[in-house]
Design a protein around this ligand. Structure first.
Ligand code: SF4
Ligand code: SF4
Length: 457
């Protein structure tokens, strides 16, 4: 019987001290009238348990910056400011707002709501310089993204045949290759995680099981992480001796990744000899040379897993936003884009970046640092010292709960994007750059006439 894909989320409280964005302070001229308690719907202002005549210290972590208490205080006793600890969170593409947004998504599993509306920048580097075009606002039904009409977030990992051949009776002659159907367009890449305790790895494995997605794991770490290749959700990353490694794997392993694209033809051949039908992917670092090698790689590997750096850039070069569009075009021009699957990872720091990456030409997005941030990581890069999130001791249940919640919030935001575009399956979004507005195009269209084309091109 058909069952609609559903992610079961459950509130998973953080194991770390909250970092409030806004700091509310109450001055000494407060007369304890309690107006702020009545005005704040978020529970920031409460009376003291031990002395209800007096106000307790504000619980700033719940403040949504709506200003009601400030405006309503007869004594002008309240002030609000952005906290210094908050502004110190994150690094690179992980802005303080992104870190805390992922924390909240991982706690509740819900799409974030910004109480006083979005007040951030409207442009920035990389994916921030593109906007998804939701101007059609074609809701599939009136009852929203979880309504009667289904929007599919399923993606396939496979090698597609270039064309289908049929016999005289209409029978399919083209042999169909192995394929993996994922209900969400993201996988977990565990090869580059900052912390890799057994608790974290077990939790990620349980989360992948709940979500029906995959985990990329270096083959020599599978046992140490307590994972089981026969679960079918582990994608082993193998090195030079790929053929030999694959011959020892259980039949449930249907997809492997080569650690790099060196001696690609030879290694793919060895894997195919050891196990016909296996989906063979290769990990490739995004750099200035990749574009020129892409067609050759696509002729050998079924899946190309492109790895951008922590900031979502080719090493020292273009942002994924620009690089992916170029890669996509190169493969389209060579007539083989539909034959291969592209997975892109590195620098994904927000839900909205998943559809943006897909619009730029990706089939599937791999998550790495986002998994750590969901557990409380601040991206402060002081892991060797004292980790404020105590990641090393994170139990697997906590890891599973937080990551599943984040995945649910991210999928719901993807559904919002697809629903507002009137697109009923995420696979149709791939490479659809017409579904986005790019900053340079908008600037050119708006200002080139005025400034005689001197606007960025
Ligand atoms: S409204 Fe102002 S004066 Fe009244 S309890 Fe709140 S802070 Fe104090
Ligand atoms: S600014 Fe708004 S949310 Fe924040 S404490 Fe005051 S009333 Fe509550």
């Amino acid at each position: 019987m058909y069952e609609r894909y559903h992610i079961h989320q459950e509130v998973t409280a953080p194991r770390f001290r909250p970092v409030p964005k806004f700091i509310i302070q109450r001055a000494g001229n407060c007369i304890n009238c309690g107006k702020c308690e009545r005005n704040c719907v978020y529970g920031v202002h409460m009376r003291r348990d031990d002395d209800p005549r007096r106000m307790a210290d504000p619980l700033s972590q719940f403040c949504k910056d709506c200003f009601r208490c400030i405006a309503g205080c007869p004594q002008r006793a309240l002030t609000i400011s952005v906290g210094a600890e908050f502004t110190s969170l994150g690094s690179g593409g992980w802005t303080p707002q992104r870190v805390t947004t992922v924390w909240n998504e991982s706690e509740t599993g819900k799409v974030p709501v910004f109480g006083a509306g979005y007040r951030g920048m409207f442009s920035g580097p990389g994916y921030d310089a593109m906007w998804t075009d939701m101007s059609e606002i074609v809701r599939p039904t009136r009852d929203g993204i979880h309504g009667r009409e289904h929007i599919s977030t399923n993606v396939l990992i496979c090698r597609n045949p270039p064309f289908l051949e049929f016999g005289p009776k209409g029978e399919l002659l083209t042999p169909m290759a192995e394929s993996i159907d994922l209900p969400v367009p993201f996988v977990f890449d565990l090869a580059a995680l900052k912390e890799s305790t057994k608790g974290i790895m077990q939790g990620l494995d349980q989360a992948a099981k709940e979500l029906h997605t995959l985990l990329m794991v270096p083959v020599d770490k599978v046992e140490a992480y307590g994972m089981d290749l026969s679960s079918g959700r582990v994608v082993p990353i193998v090195g030079d001796d790929a053929g030999n490694e694959v011959s020892k794997m259980p039949e449930q392993v249907r997809f492997i990744e080569l650690s790099d694209a060196n001696r690609l033809k030879e290694r793919v051949k060895a894997v195919r000899a050891a196990r016909g039908g296996m989906i063979v992917g290769t990990r490739v670092k995004a750099d200035a040379e990749l574009e020129s090698r892409l067609v050759d790689i696509a002729c050998e590997a079924d899946v190309i897993h492109v790895l951008f750096d922590e900031e979502g850039r080719e090493s020292g070069g273009r942002y994924a936003r620009d690089a992916l569009r170029s890669y996509h075009k190169v493969l389209v021009k060579a007539g083989i884009r539909d034959e291969v699957t592209i997975i892109a990872g590195g620098g994904i720091a927000a839900a909205e970046q998943v559809p943006k990456s897909i619009i730029c030409g990706t089939d599937v997005v791999s998550l790495d640092d986002a998994l750590m941030v969901s557990l409380g990581c601040r991206m402060c890069h002081s892991c060797k010292g004292e980790c404020p999130a105590d990641l090393a001791n994170a139990p697997s249940e906590y890891v599973k709960g937080r990551v599943v919640n984040m995945a649910n919030a991210w999928r719901d935001q993807l559904l919002e994007v697809l629903g507002a575009m009137g697109i009923k399956e995420v696979r149709r979004l791939r490479g659809e750059t017409g579904r986005a507005i790019f900053q340079e195009d908008a600037e050119r269209d708006s200002f080139a006439g005025i400034f005689r084309g001197d606007v960025i091109g």
